[in-house]
Design a protein around this ligand. Structure first.
Ligand SMILES: [Fe+2]
Ligand SMILES: [Fe+2]
Length: 164
């Protein structure tokens, strides 16, 4: 057992989300390629760029907190990505796959929102104010992405109802 203190938990949680973000940089291009809807494709491309920035931001957090990340794999993200990949393999490209991709991406965003929310609470408890501010910027991006995906889903439903 190497996790004993809140600081240990902070390092563990930050290492976990670091792995999750790294995995997403490989998954988002695949999701973009699988999308038919241009808005959805561009949302994935934009979020890929943001995700690269989020990884750099974690590097800044590591420096601000004077810690070292653990080498670990976020198995939760691995599972979410795997489910998305399964749908890409099983569903023909088009509106149905787009809907499945939106749902898969929103599951990822909700996981990230929960992870960053808990991390921010931990940094506040530990008095890591710089880290808290940096992580809050990322949390804002995750929430905005989730909202963008909800909007895309609504627009899609409206267009399909009109028979477009
Ligand atoms: Fe992210
Ligand atoms: Fe995200």
């Amino acid at each position: 057992m190497t996790t004993k203190t809140l600081k240990d938990l902070y390092i563990h949680s930050l290492s976990d989300i670091y792995s999750a973000e790294k995995q997403m940089t490989k998954s988002l291009p695949k999701m973009a390629r699988a999308s038919t809807n241009p808005g959805l494709r561009s949302a994935f491309e934009t979020h890929l760029e943001e995700t690269q920035g989020q990884i750099e931001r974690i590097d800044q957090v590591v420096e601000a907190s004077g810690i070292k990340l653990k080498r670990m794999k976020c198995v939760a993200m691995e599972g979410l990505i795997e489910e998305g990949q399964e749908q890409i393999a099983e569903i023909e490209k088009g509106p149905v796959l787009d809907t499945a991709l939106i749902a898969a991406a929103q599951k990822v965003e909700h996981y990230e929102i929960a992870a960053y929310g808990s991390l921010i609470a931990l940094t506040k408890q530990l008095g890591e104010t710089t880290a808290a501010k940096l992580l809050a910027e990322t949390l804002k991006e995750e929430k905005a992405t989730d909202e963008k995906l909800s909007l895309l889903a609504e627009e899609k439903q409206a267009a399909e109802a009109l028979g477009k």
